[in-house]
Design a protein around this ligand. Structure first.
Ligand code: FES
Ligand code: FES
Length: 171
């Protein structure tokens, strides 16, 4: 089947098997290799992307659901002003080791903080990030990085602004 898909602000016309996974389209067909494959069955969050403004596990999304969709991967998030402060918070808290899980955590962080209802507690963060697995860092540092970001009003404001620039500009 032929579909049109916008990835990181650029439209792509592709010919795919209806059941081909979004993860394979991103990595193998379009070369957005920042999105990682861990479990391949919706349990680790390494493949997390924003699909039409919602975070999803791209290993679970088949091509036949994608016509006209907008996808943001970690490469696309690099255009957002808030990307650097998020990256810095993870690094300064020692929350990244091999980095394999990081793309999924960054996408989830943006999605979570966009919807944040204050105050953000550690329990809320733990629940929201239950679908993101890290095999080497340990969660204390990751949760600390996210908590630090959640506590900064300028970060939340910047996410709102980046989100508006990314999605509302298309309407
Ligand atoms: S690879 Fe998709 S959730 Fe693990
Ligand atoms: S830093 Fe290695 S999997 Fe998370």
């Amino acid at each position: 089947m032929k579909i049109v898909l916008i990835v990181n602000r650029k439209p792509y016309k592709i010919n795919v098997e209806p059941k081909r996974r979004l993860l394979d389209i991103l990595r193998d067909d379009l070369n957005f290799i920042g999105t990682k494959e861990g479990c391949g069955k919706g349990e680790c969050g390494a493949c997390t992307v924003l699909l039409n403004g919602r975070r999803v596990n791209s290993c679970l999304v088949p091509a036949f659901q994608l016509e006209g969709s907008t996808v943001i991967t970690v490469e696309g998030l690099r255009n957002w002003k808030v990307f650097k402060p998020i990256e810095r918070a993870f690094i300064e808290n020692g929350a990244v080791q091999c980095g394999f899980c990081f793309p999924g955590f960054v996408i989830s962080t943006v999605s979570f903080l966009k919807e944040k209802s204050s105050p953000v507690t550690l329990d809320k963060i733990k629940t929201a990030f239950g679908g993101n697995i890290c095999r080497c860092t340990g969660y204390t540092k990751i949760l600390a990085a996210i908590q630090e970001l959640a506590d900064q009003k300028d970060i939340i404001d910047q996410i709102q602004e980046d989100w508006k620039n990314e999605f509302n500009a298309r309407k």
